[in-house]
Design a protein around this ligand. Structure first.
Ligand code: ADQ
Length: 446
């Protein structure tokens, strides 16, 4: 479908477009929708309002012309050069802001050329948005890669209503103030009429730096498209693939150092070592999506995780039975649901996480009341999923104790009540509600 020249009343601005672009040998280009909660939540609004989406198509250099999705959403690709990708995306976004906002689990790198790239790319996103937004349009900017966009856009187009939602934590002022460009980032964010954070604690951290903006700062915990996790799968068949263990434990993460994958494997290893769980009757499936693979901390995290997997299988596996099944792959949604439904214990142990949708996806896949969730206290989701087995991921004994309790409680009435309470919570507070709450707040601003 050709792109329309008509400006949009509603524009989403995000680092990535909601499609994966493929370039074919015959010179044609195709775009496959990349499903995600954000698209699912915003699709109805975007379609009703003939909305537009400004974002990077995911490949450097060559950039497709504006295009439209089957549902009629107009996509406006923003070009990133190889240097932009390295300095804006890998550098400032993921090696400066990401570690700083995740409580400095790794040391952030402050590098002036990266900051210049961040400014330059944010200006490009703001410019493109200013071009496609109708007078008085509503613009919703997403996440840490684009924190300067609200301020830049407000300066160019004071008529727009601008919202900003941060998907990752906002750190305490004592950490944020390390940032050499802290004033510019604050000013950029304050261009928004509504500033949304995952949790009240993040909103408070920001408010301490900008008390004058208190009435514009709110918490909106993000959630998932619950309907996508309701289909039932053949649990027996999935468990048979893993040799019908008594206990199937599961981890699903982007391979990121914030997610605590190594620590959960080490906790599992100690439980095996102490004979508290039976290696012959237990399987731990860990799926880790490749992520930011050119960055050093990510490579190091991957090699430590893979070393632990090899060591645990070497020590506790037997011929024909691996106790840890590790997949460094991205799975299709249907395959993820099969694993979620078949798993007895889901283990989610980030050191810090804005929300953690995997935890909510697992819960939404269990309308049957089976299963258990071991969840880090430092995941945003822990604020809502109160009947999970909460653990401190910095304390290996805490991870072990909660994993063991979840394993031993299997099949009990208490375990079922815990899951049912969380299921109600997730079904009630889904991503559609999240988007509605944010947009209502934005539309009600003067
Ligand atoms: P992420 O850090 O990516 O998101 P998360 O919220 O768990 O973390 O979302 C990951 C998504 O990727 C989930 O929808 C999950 O199903 C999917 N996924 C993970 N591993 C996969 C695999 N191997 N194959 C296929 N899909 C996989 C950031 C923040 C979070 C915040 C979200 C949304 O870091 O804290 O919850 O944004 O705001």
């Amino acid at each position: 479908m050709p792109a329309t020249a008509k400006p949009h009343d509603f524009v989403v601005v995000a680092n990535r477009l909601p499609v994966d672009i493929s370039y074919h040998a015959d010179g044609t280009i195709s775009a496959q929708p990349s499903p995600g909660g954000l698209v699912a939540a915003l699709q109805p609004v975007l379609e009703q309002r003939q909305g537009g989406w400004v974002g990077w198509p995911g490949t450097v250099g060559e950039t497709p012309a504006p295009m439209s999705t089957e549902g009629g959403i107009q996509l406006h690709p923003v070009e990133l050069s190889q240097a932009d990708f390295e300095e804006f995306y890998e550098g400032f976004s993921n090696a400066t802001l990401w570690p700083l906002y995740h409580d400095v689990i790794m040391r952030p790198r402050y590098h002036r050329p990266w900051w210049q790239a961040y400014e330059r790319v944010n200006a490009r996103f703001a410019q493109r948005t200013a071009e496609v937004a109708a007078p008085n349009a509503v613009v919703w900017v997403q996440d840490y890669q684009l924190q300067l966009v609200p301020g830049m856009l407000k300066a160019m187009r004071p008529d727009l209503k601008i919202g900003l939602f941060l998907h990752i934590p906002f750190p305490p002022p004592s950490l944020f103030l390390q940032l050499p460009w802290r004033e510019q980032i604050l000013e950029g964010m304050l261009g928004a009429d509504v500033l949304g954070f995952q949790l009240p604690s993040c909103a408070k951290n920001f408010q301490a730096l900008a008390p004058q903006a208190a009435d514009r700062i709110h918490a909106f915990p993000i959630s998932i498209d619950t309907a996508a996790f309701q289909q039932s799968t053949d649990i027996q068949r999935t468990r048979a693939r893993f040799g019908n263990p008594d206990t199937l434990l599961l981890g699903v993460d982007r391979l990121d150092y914030t997610k605590g994958i190594l620590q959960r494997l080490e906790a599992f290893e100690e439980l095996l070592e102490q004979g508290l769980i039976d290696a012959e009757r237990t399987v731990f499936v860990q799926v880790a999506t490749p992520s930011r693979e050119r960055l050093e901390h990510y490579r190091l995290t991957r090699s430590k995780v893979e070393e632990a997997v090899g060591r645990i299988n070497g020590r506790f596996g037997s011929i024909g039975h691996s106790v840890v099944r590790y997949h460094h792959q991205s799975l299709k949604r249907a395959e993820l649901i099969e694993l979620y439904q078949a798993a007895d214990v889901m283990v989610v142990t980030p050191f810090k996480d804005g929300m953690n949708l995997v935890a909510k996806e697992y819960v939404a896949s269990h309308s049957d009341g089976r299963g258990a969730l071991v969840l880090s206290e430092f995941a945003g989701a822990a604020q809502e999923l109160r009947t999970s087995y909460l653990c401190n991921p910095h304390d290996i004994d805490s991870i072990k104790a909660q994993m063991l309790a979840a394993i031993n409680d299997q099949g009990s009435a208490e375990a079922q009540q815990r899951m049912e309470a969380m299921y109600q919570q997730v079904m009630h507070c889904d991503v559609e509600r999240w988007a509605k709450n944010f947009l209502e707040e934005l539309l009600s601003t003067p």
